[in-house]
Design a protein around this ligand. Sequence first.
Ligand code: ADP
Ligand code: MG
Length: 227
Amino acid sequence: MIEIRDLEKIYQMGEETVAALAGVSLTIERGEHIAITGASGSGKSTLMNVLGGLDRPTRGTYHFDGEDVGGFNDDDLADFRNRRIGFVFQSFQLLPRLSALQNVELPMVYAGLPPVERRARAAALLERVGLGARTGHRPTQMSGGQQQRVAIARALANAPDLLLADEPTGALDSQTGQDVLALFRELNAEGLTLLVVTHDAKVADQARRRVVFSDGLIIQDEKGARS
Ligand code: ADP
Ligand code: MG
């Protein structure tokens, strides 16, 4: 599904250049569940942002289902992000003035889904993540774990091919984090391709494949059995 080759992302900071990605190649098959680990600053978030179309690489190629993402113009890229990628962040990134239902509806608004359909789908997704009784709550009226579930429902709104999660349990207590991970495993079992950045060994253990970053490079790529 995904093929990246010799990906580089160079940041110029005054006199200094930082290679956030220093030549990364990676192939991801549909249905995989991959954990990405590595020290802070090793390039994990930069990779997620490039894969998700939030950022463009300095060099290298990125193909998604055979399409050259590097050749997309800004509109194509926004459309790609909206329809094919789901994003989950450590800090949830929900809009505080919107209800849970409205937060989940938002990607479908951008995709042009009619109101009746998107409301029904948002409600079904909230039900799916265990929040069917809280669709009218705002983020501030919910716990961290509940907010992350809303964020996951939102990420699933347009039935993405790939879910990218950057430290999704980083702001949660360990039990709540485990619940979120259990939800990820279910979604992966239903066929969703999942990439999770984490520095929590417990989170990494959930994935069938573990990719380790160091200084902008992949130093380990291990396809082991899930424990
Ligand atoms: P990680 O997610 O593994 O902690 P990042 O991908 O966020 O690492 O960052 C990789 C490197 O790139 C770090 O050295 C970081 O300081 C640098 N970096 C990331 N984003 C920017 C940016 N917008 N401008 C300059 N440097 C950046
Ligand atoms: Mg990061």
